[in-house]
Design a protein around this ligand. Structure first.
Ligand code: NAP
Length: 454
């Protein structure tokens, strides 16, 4: 690029935090910035492509804003580049003035109960990656032939899983759910999906629009036992002073509890104040044992305390949806307690010219838009450091040359556009937004060798 020397920044991870970071950097004039976004996958958008539920097309539409970012001068994409194996953090620092890690929270939190690893007990993250077409999760043998599924957790991912399990053929048809998942869901034997919240309705982490959707499904009744909505004094008090979310959630739950069942083929049961203590079965999941909880105050927070009442619920599949967790990247510091990269407002502690944004910076919370503010904070810190002369010029090597030297089969932005076009063309005759390419070989065959104009 001509004109003044651009600050050269690598952004590792191409989900929302990565793209909001790239966008804020590319908008900078003092100094002007060139940005390379790297991703382990050949495709960008992270959880917007592979996490957001396929029937939430309106949420996925945020990728249009990311496309505008990618069209800005100074932007390059390097897909299919695994930082850690194809190139190390130290090698990136030799080639860029600064590196921002936006690698998200790549694994699931564990329940820590016996039987957690029995066949049929899955992390929700794997189920989500499967129905969304993540190329690493297509061979997983989800067996949906049993009558009851249990989803552990009371967040929006748990709601996504419960809803996806309940969608009808007509509801799935206009989505980009992958074929195998669609067939399995439509043909499944599941008649009841039970969601287990360890605390009460006031403490549920899901948000009202997502809860409301459960009551609007074509093929599933939603069931709440009115007894589960009898609040203890502390929850009632919390609700009095509460922000929008808990109040609207509880109103919706009361409405669900009062509703007569329509007799639809499936039903979603929302339970509260129950925690799994064991997942039971000889060869595979046959049941889940839960303990009934009561709420007690601890350090200013209402937490679940087990009582001596237990119950066993027969089921054939358990989806554990108790939160995502960050994963250590060799060469970067890691706070194993919080599962984040330790940082001060986005400046990674103890490593020069290195920053973080998104879930790996603050933990797996908030909606997609939360990452914008978070990314801007990091970029403000980075640009302040650049203006203060703290980002000293590195060696002048280019990542592309290094990747070519190493025969790393990277995918450029134009390669992603070719994948995107092929997927949309596949969806068009079917009235779907796209039919995703889900095999590594198809993704690479379509995306490789298509060069972006520089
Ligand atoms: P989350 O919102 O943090 O919810 C995790 C849930 O798991 C909580 O109900 C938590 O209960 C429960 N939990 C944790 N440990 C548990 C245990 N040992 N036993 C039983 N329950 C346990 O996480 P998430 O659902 O994975 O979502 C991650 C983020 O993505 C959230 O910010 C979410 O809003 C967002 N998201 C948004 C959408 C959307 O907008 N449509 C969709 C998907 C995800 P406690 O509260 O008691 O800890």
């Amino acid at each position: 690029m001509s004109g003044p020397r651009h600050l050269r920044v690598a952004v590792v991870g191409s989900g929302p935090a990565g793209f909001y970071t790239a966008d804020a950097l590319l908008k900078s004039e003092d100094p002007p910035v060139a940005v390379d976004v790297l991703d382990r996958l050949p495709t960008p958008w992270g959880l917007v492509r592979l996490g957001v539920a396929p029937d939430h097309e309106n949420i996925k539409a945020v990728s249009r804003a990311f496309e505008r970012t990618a069209a800005r001068p100074g932007f390059r994409f390097f897909g299919n580049v695994d930082v850690g194996s194809a190139v190390t953090p130290a090698e990136l620092l030799e080639r860029y003035d600064a590196v921002v890690y936006t690698i998200g929270a790549q694994t699931d939190r564990r329940l820590g109960v016996p039987g957690e690893d029995l066949p049929g007990s899955w992390p929700a993250t794997a189920f989500v990656a499967w129905y969304n077409g993540h190329p690493d999760y297509q061979e997983l043998p989800f067996d949906l032939s049993h009558g009851r599924a249990v989803v552990v957790g009371n967040g929006n991912v748990a709601i996504d899983c419960a809803r996806m399990l309940a969608l009808t053929a007509e509801e799935l048809a206009p989505t980009d759910t992958v074929d195998a998942a669609e067939r399995a869901i439509v043909g499944s034997g599941i008649r009841e999906i039970v969601m287990l919240g360890r605390r009460g309705p006031v403490q549920a982490a899901f948000t009202p629009p997502e809860l409301q959707e459960l009551g609007e499904l074509a093929g599933a009744d939603v069931h709440v036992d009115p007894h589960d909505l009898e609040l203890d004094a502390a929850s009632a008090e919390a609700l009095e002073h509460d922000r929008e979310r808990a109040r609207r959630n509880v109103d919706l739950l009361r409405e669900f509890a009062a509703r007569p069942a329509k007799g639809l083929p499936r039903r979603i049961v929302l339970r509260f104040l129950v925690s799994p203590v064991a997942i039971l079965g000889e060869e595979r999941v046959e049941a889940i044992e839960v303990v009934h909880n009561e709420l007690v105050e601890q350090d200013g927070r209402l937490v679940a305390r087990p009582t001596d009442r237990r119950e066993t619920l027969p089921c054939g599949i358990v989806l554990r949806s108790v939160g995502y967790q960050g994963v250590e990247l060799p060469g970067l510091p890691f706070d194993a307690g919080e599962s984040i990269v330790p940082n001060d407002g986005g400046r990674v502690r103890g490593v020069e010219r290195t920053y973080a944004a998104g879930w790996i910076k603050r933990g797996p919370s908030g909606v997609i838009g939360t990452n914008k503010k978070d990314a801007v904070e990091t970029v403000d810190a980075l640009l302040a450091d650049a203006r203060a002369g703290l980002l000293k010029a590195p060696d002048d090597g280019d990542l592309e040359a290094l990747l070519r030297d190493r025969d790393v089969p990277f995918v450029e932005y134009a390669g992603w556009q070719a994948i995107d076009a092929a997927e949309r063309a596949g969806g068009e005759p079917l009235g779907r937004p796209r039919v995703k390419l889900t095999a590594w070989s198809d993704l690479l065959d379509t995306g490789r060798g298509v060069q972006s104009r520089s």
